[in-house]
Ligand binder design. Structure first.
Ligand code: PEP
Length: 251
């Protein structure tokens, strides 16, 4: 039985004041609402404050990106060991915004996955097709290629120690959610693709859905057999909304 995971992706949002308020709200509400694992992935600059507030609570925290390099002359980058040093459990890898706006290729994403694991972080690997790719009928080709690159670089066992997030690009931040069946179909494809390499990994790995998941649609999505929780953007910025999604992930 896979324990659901609900992870918030704050993206580049927040201030010291708003982050403080959000964390207090989450801490106050989380005990009563869910048996799912819960995490927040914060902008790097807020991670010390997140650690100070969440240490000792059931909520885990993580980063949104990581360098492929261990340390050195890479201005602006954050090393995986730095995230670990501040208590991060997770790090998002290969988010579509990184792929689209920062030119992250499948190879770079695979190297980031390896760097995260080497520092003991649990990568949340994002995969997903654009609207154009869906309309061309090549969703499985795209998602399969994105997955295969990480399996080829890191090995199936290392991939199995991470989490996958299926995030159709056309559903991210748009208010358009994949239907539960559309999402389930791709999640089943992902599990099948991994099963070809190792059935036990495929069975054990958590595959989250991301893309305009909110308190209204979360329960129906998470009820699908291959959907093991969510990666939540906009709805993770308000404590009540995020807690409602966490509560929909009760099993
Ligand atoms: C995301 O950024 O990973 C995401 C799913 O965003 P949203 O929930 O806002 O669509």
């Amino acid at each position: 039985m896979r324990q659901p995971l609900v992870a918030g992706n704050w993206k580049m949002n927040g201030s010291r004041a708003s982050v403080g308020e959000l964390l207090v709200g989450l801490k106050a509400g989380i005990g009563q609402v869910t048996t799912a694992e819960v995490a927040v992935c914060a902008p790097a600059v807020f991670i010390p404050a997140v650690q100070a507030e969440l240490d000792g609570s059931p909520i885990k925290w993580g980063g949104q990106d990581v360098s492929v390099h261990a340390s050195g002359a890479y201005t602006g980058e954050t090393a995986a060991s730095m995230l670990s040093d501040f208590g991060c459990h997770y790090v998002i890898i290969g988010h579509s915004e990184r792929r689209a706006y920062h030119g992250e290729t499948d190879q770079v994403v695979a190297e980031k996955f390896a760097a995260a694991r080497a520092a003991g972080l649990v990568p949340i690997l994002c995969v997903g097709e654009t609207l154009d790719e869906r309309e061309q009928g090549i969703t499985e080709d795209v998602v399969g290629r994105q997955l295969d690159a990480v399996v080829a670089h890191c090995g199936i066992d290392t991939v199995g120690s991470g989490v996958i997030a299926y995030e159709p690009v056309w559903a991210i931040g748009t208010g358009k959610t994949a239907s539960p069946q559309q999402a389930q179909d791709v999640h089943a494809f992902i599990r099948g693709r991994l099963a070809a390499a190792d059935p036990a990994v495929a069975d054990g790995i958590r595959v989250l859905y991301g893309g305009s998941m909110n308190p209204k649609n979360a329960a129906e999505l998470i009820a699908q057999p291959d959907i093991d929780g969510g990666l939540i953007g906009g709805a993770s910025l308000k404590a009540d909304d995020f807690l409602a999604v966490c509560s929909a992930a009760n099993r």
